[in-house]
Design a binder for this molecule. Structure first.
Ligand code: TYD
Length: 210
């Protein structure tokens, strides 16, 4: 069986986590081997970088370079081997988050991010590892802000004002325009059961789940 690489994206408060867990169960129930992982993170080295990125003050270029360094390790140690084994890889955020947060949100150069993407995700013969499918949980920043206000202690990103997330959401929209086939846009501004129906439909329409 071929591996399938699926990433999950959206602004903070979009509600990805429950649906990722639900999908993990659904794939396992249909007999698929699964790798459940996240970015920044997914390896011991990348998890240390995550702590820095989420907690330490730094300029946008440093932030971008750190998330790509973490990504390279994650791809080499976890994602590539899992896909080679034929696993379904469910990854909570991937490179679209870098374009949305460091690019749109922090204002770091989009073209340089594209170069870093080709470089870091390149594994010879002109191939670039990309998700087969990116599930984008789309909802207004104002709704996400209400959901986050009751949440735990915010990290550096969660502590940003609503305007930041409006800009990040524009970054995701731009990435979708640039990659229309890869993206499945889900209306996340509805009760969880409705979101789940749409997430399942995105899997079924691609033949990933029955
Ligand atoms: P998140 O995925 O929301 O995890 P949790 O549910 O544990 O809070 O947090 C990761 C944060 O990292 C999120 O605010 C977006 C940010 N991020 C970037 O800024 N750039 C990236 O490339 C990635 C992968 C994440």
């Amino acid at each position: 069986m071929n591996g399938i690489f699926i990433s999950f994206e959206g602004i903070d408060g979009a509600g990805k986590s429950t649906h990722i867990d639900g999908l993990a169960q659904a794939f396992r129930a249909q007999g698929r081997a699964l790798t459940l992982t996240r970015e920044p993170g997914g390896t011991p080295l990348a998890e240390r970088i995550r702590q820095m990125v989420l907690n330490d003050t730094m300029d946008p270029m440093t932030e971008a370079l750190l998330v790509f360094a973490a990504r390279r390790d994650h791809l080499q140690q976890v994602i590539q081997p899992a896909l080679a084994r034929g696993d379904v890889v469910l990854c909570d955020r991937f490179t679209d988050a870098t374009f949305a947060y460091q690019g749109a949100g922090r204002g770091f150069d989009w073209q340089i991010l594209s170069q870093l993407e080709k470089w870091v995700q390149g594994f010879g013969q002109g191939t670039m590892v990309q998700p087969d499918l990116t599930v984008w949980f789309d909802l207004p920043a104002s709704v996400a802000a209400q959901r986050l206000s009751s949440a735990r202690v915010p990290d550096r990103f969660e502590a940003q004002p609503q305007h930041f997330f409006e800009t990040v959401a524009c970054g995701y929209a731009r990435r979708q325009t640039e990659n229309p086939v890869r993206f499945a846009q889900i209306n996340a501004d509805q009760p969880p059961a409705g979101v789940w129906v749409d997430v399942l439909a995105a899997m079924q329409s691609r033949g990933y789940l029955l």
